[in-house]
Ligand binder design. Structure first.
Ligand SMILES: Cc1cc2nc3c(=O)[nH]c(=O)nc-3n(C[C@H](O)[C@H](O)[C@H](O)COP(=O)(O)O)c2cc1C
Length: 408
């Protein structure tokens, strides 16, 4: 994620956090009342992982954006800010906006929507402003005023700057003109928006969809991002699909290797003991389970590997599955020149094979079979004993690089 500055209405400086690559379709995230862009952190990550360019904006008077000296926080200024940012983006994003941000986005997209955006997602947006909704917005904005100067995340002057009732009325007037695929997201436990109001609103939109997020009253808060991310990605995939993937093809060795590299794997170190008692081992990601009964696994070892001859002949061997902290061990057992076992804590296991300390799991095996496999041989082991550690994350390997899990 990097920080990007935009120019808003009357030159006000607006700050956004941007992630993903320029070529990916864009998503502009607009926070709600009493929030900053920080509230989107989990959603932004999930969207970037799903191949989207994410621009997470602080509205004027919020977070890292300018808190203008003239205190202009009227609806007009906020709407024109958003239109200015949309014009500077260079591609038409999906606009995703929460509460107050939804009113602003609706007003901003009432004109020329199709030129500025590819779609709209409105989350937790009060559809009629009764006393409860007005109090909710007021209460959220009021919190800033309670903090010492310098700590506040938004300008306390915002509280007096606009009238939720007026904003909701303005929004109601323009909603029918939003000529964009529009998703309305309601927390199933919401007290601000009734299910009937939500359904009626979506029915009034030219191209509306409704989704309810289970068990939540407010959807956009710091800890609810997983469920929302899944709904957003589903909507984006259907209504703002990514371009056709560009495939590369060929019958050459490089293309074959690169295509194989698309299969994400864990990483193991396969170990055995030489007849003279010296331990040997090499890094291998060609590990596969084979059979449950009998318990069999396999690993493919290059005929050219220095360790190959020992592994081929050894009666017993072990497969150690590496955890996220064992990347140095993976490099050591794939590299040249270093004494692989000198700096790796290990011990001889119950069945006489070298077991690396701290591995995610280790399988002590008896050699079951060795099959030829081109420039590799396929070593099949019968598992004599398995141990594993249930909490740590694995070391992963994908497209020639080490990786870590993104989702727990
Ligand atoms: C992530 C990773 C996975 C690897 N997988 C295998 C494998 O499945 N089979 C293999 O023979 N070599 C594999 N290698 C390469 C060997 O670890 C490497 O060639 C090593 O230096 C062989 O050591 P040796 O010649 O001492 O036996 C892999 C290397 C890395 C980094």
């Amino acid at each position: 994620m990097s920080i990007v500055q935009y120019r808003g209405f009357a030159g006000v400086r607006l700050e956004a956090e941007v992630g993903g690559t320029d070529d990916d379709p864009a998503v502009l995230l607009i926070h709600g009342a009493g929030q900053t862009r920080a509230v989107w952190a989990g959603v932004a990550d999930a969207l970037v992982q799903a191949g989207r360019r994410v621009i997470s904006l602080d509205m004027r008077g919020h977070g890292g954006s300018e808190w203008p000296a003239d205190g202009r926080y009227d609806v007009e200024a906020l709407v024109e800010d958003l239109r200015a940012v949309l014009a500077q983006l260079g591609s038409r994003p999906m606009v995703v906006a929460a509460t107050l941000g939804g009113w602003i986005a609706g007003a901003a997209l009432a004109r020329d929507a199709a030129l500025l955006a590819s779609g709209l997602v409105l989350i937790d947006l009060p559809l009629r402003v009764d006393a409860a909704a007005a109090a909710h917005v007021d209460e959220r904005l009021h919190e800033a005023g309670l903090l010492a100067p310098g700590q506040a995340q938004w300008d306390a002057r915002l509280r007096d700057a606009f009238d939720p009732g007026e904003m909701a009325a303005r929004f109601a007037d323009v909603a029918a003109n939003i000529m964009l695929p529009t998703l309305y997201v309601r927390g199933a436990m919401s007290e601000l928006v009734s299910p009937d109001d939500a359904a009626a609103f979506v029915g009034s939109l030219p191209d509306g969809e409704l989704v309810e997020v289970e068990d939540l009253a407010l959807v956009v808060t710091d800890d609810c991002n997983d469920a929302l991310g899944a709904h957003l990605i589903d909507f984006l995939e259907r209504r703002a699909p990514r371009g056709m993937p560009e495939y590369r093809a060929g019958s050459d060795a490089r293309t074959f290797r690169d295509a194989l590299g698309c299969f994400a794997t864990g990483v193991t170190v396969v170990t055995a003991v030489c007849p003279d008692g010296t331990p040997v081992g090499l890094t291998a990601n060609s590990f596969t389970s084979v059979s449950l009964d009998p318990p069999l696994l396999l690993v493919c070892v290059a005929n050219s590997a220095g360790t190959g001859a020992v592994l081929c002949e050894a009666e017993r061997f072990a497969v150690n599955v590496l955890q996220i902290g064992q990347q140095p061990a993976s490099n050591r057992f794939a590299g040249r020149g270093e004494d692989r076992f000198a700096t790796t804590p290990w011990e001889i296991g119950e069945f006489g094979t070298p077991v690396l300390h701290g591995s995610l799991s280790s399988f002590e095996c008896a050699r079951e079979a060795v099959h030829p496999g081109g420039d590799h041989f396929i070593l099949v082991g019968r598992v004599l004993k398995a141990i594993f550690e249930p909490r740590r994350d694995p070391l992963l390997y994908f497209r020639g690089k080490y990786r870590k899990l993104h989702f727990a």
